[in-house]
Design a binder for this molecule. Structure first.
Ligand code: ATP
Length: 219
């Protein structure tokens, strides 16, 4: 298969901060699907969520530290450079234009994001531009919450890895990734409570957060 025909993966998130719940499932997915690159896309002002606590520059720095020396990952900063909210659909349209009509593109999300996908801006168009690669996440239902959403999933779901590599977009792949009970919210809460976060995100990131006084312990 020509290099350009291989599935390229994108992974959007707030990454406030990035943690092993992002990195490990993404690595498993890469192994399973033969991905050579996963591009992390930190978002700016996620429209349906409270503002991140760390600044864009701090989130980028933490991602850079977390992926240093790991050639599987790189960062695309385009959403942070926009002044407007980051709608995934706009980014996908832009990436599709840049990478060409035939390039298979996969957008990685966790199960929690799949369950709330119907709240995303123009969600029904997402599969026109990419495949969705869904990682498991503990504590979230396996079924969609309405029959309509489940039927949408059943219609688009594929278990064929080759389909992800040979068609540019249109399928949902539910990956059998590690279940890691880690969230950025819990990391921020643990730090506020003065508790250790060892083992849930890379030590280099923890060290840097300490130096910066990021997510400080509250007295
Ligand atoms: P927060 O707790 O601040 O809401 P988060 O830990 O969910 O943050 P995000 O940056 O919002 O992290 O997540 C980006 C993407 O990564 C989302 O699609 C989310 O579903 C997925 N994700 C985050 N944590 C996990 C995890 N532990 N397992 C699987 N997927 C995850």
């Amino acid at each position: 298969m020509a290099e350009s025909a291989k599935l390229q993966a994108l992974f959007g998130g707030t990454f406030d901060p990035i943690h092993y719940g992002h990195l490990r499932p993404a690595e498993t997915l890469a192994d399973r699907l033969g991905l050579q690159k996963i591009t992390l896309l930190p978002n700016n002002v996620p429209p349906h969520r409270p503002q991140p606590e760390a600044s864009p520059a701090q989130r980028i720095k933490m991602i850079s530290l977390a992926i240093a020396g790991n050639p599987l990952f790189d960062i695309d900063q385009r959403e942070l450079q926009r002044q407007t909210p980051s709608w995934t659909i706009d980014t996908l349209i832009e990436l599709r234009r840049e990478r060409g009509e035939r390039q298979p593109l996969g957008f990685i999300i966790g199960q929690d994001s799949l369950l709330t996908l119907h709240k995303w801006h123009r969600w029904q168009e997402l599969l026109d531009y990419c495949h969705l690669l869904v990682c498991k996440r503990p504590g979230y239902a396996e079924k969609m919450s309405t029959p309509e959403q489940q039927s949408w999933l059943d219609t688009h779901r594929t278990e064929e890895i080759s389909q992800l590599h040979h068609s540019p977009a249109g399928s949902v792949f539910l990956a059998d990734t590690l279940l890691l009970p880690i969230s950025a919210t819990e990391i921020r809460e643990r730090r506020r409570a003065g508790l250790s976060c060892e083992g849930v995100l890379p030590a280099e990131v923890i060290e840097w957060m300490d130096q910066q006084g990021l997510y400080p312990a509250q007295q």
